[in-house]
Design a protein around this ligand. Sequence first.
Ligand code: NIG
Ligand code: FE
Length: 393
Amino acid sequence: MRAERIFTNARLATMDPALPGLGVVERGMVAEAAGRIIYAGAARAIEADEIVDCEGRWITPGLIDCHTHLVYAGDRAAEFEARLQGAGYEEIARAGGGILGTMRATRAARAEDLRAAAKRRMAALVAEGVTTIEVKSGYGLSPEAEYKCLEVAKSLGDAADISSTFLGAHGFPPEMARADYVRLLCEEMIPHVAAHKLADAVDGFCEGIAFSPEEIAPFFAAATRHGLRVKLHADQLSNLGGAALAAKFGALSADHLEYTSEDGAAAMARAGTVAVLLPGAFFTLREKQLPPVEAFRKHGVRMAVSTDLNPGTSPLFSLLLAMNMAATQFRLTVEECLLGVTRHAAAALGRSDVGVLTAGAKCHLAIWDIERPAELVYRIGFNPLHQRIWSAA
Ligand code: NIG
Ligand code: FE
């Protein structure tokens, strides 16, 4: 074996599913060739063109933010102030603000301006060792504006791996009847998105202020017919049975889940659907209802943690802080948090080539100035990243 580059004198949290916990290797090394890991494990002699001495630092897989709404125009600072004065999120949404406010700004924005704004937001994630980002559309809500946002999402792939998700079912555009929009989604937009490979999956918002389960079902059925996987914003503000609905369609993930019942958790386990926990939205909306973490553990549902970066419910630009919030607010363990931004986040995107340090995976690494993995979770507002390795190709 000959490597292009080896990272020696390192402690590894490999996240290798064949090893317990974080898959720790104390005296470890990673070897890379052509952008792929060709060896990760105990130190051994491997010839290489370049040697990077990690001086005892920890290496984790490059982090994965598996749920973001990175592409949007404008901001919702005024809405934030209104909520501080007592206005409710759902009340603002019903009055035509919230998602529809961002929709108006996003429709009016030029693609290059959307891209420039998204780039700035992305830089904050990248600075913390994030190498894979899921990016949703969902603030266009018309064919033209949704495709524009998905094109912008794809164009961000020059600085991280991007998984793009068509969140056409995020809200209802005011210019047409609900049933007409559902038909437009199923008969025109999904076929177009699939044919032009604009997205890897679709997503919806199943909630009283958004889509009903009866409206999500045909949307998911159309996506499945066109070879797109599905994801769902489920049970965030109330229990409409979103988790079970997602599971029924073999969803990659169901996200939020504060109001999910134990039956919903069991259905997710049977379907292999990942639970994506979003403590930034929980915090911002001052939620009280905790997601059923104990039920996810009991049934063996994999949990991921993400920023939910968006202008309304989660203006959070730090995956490290998302982990801290998941631990402090949701009582996740350090191990659950770290698996939640690596291997389990990859599973929420249907990927197995990222989120682990194992032979064959992409050589996306985060090298940290820390003494123990818990440090990545426990500090608030401190970034111990030493170096980020993102292997394009
Ligand atoms: O993930 N829940 C729905 N969608 C987003 C927020 C939408 C918004 O308010 O802009 C979320 O929380
Ligand atoms: Fe979201």
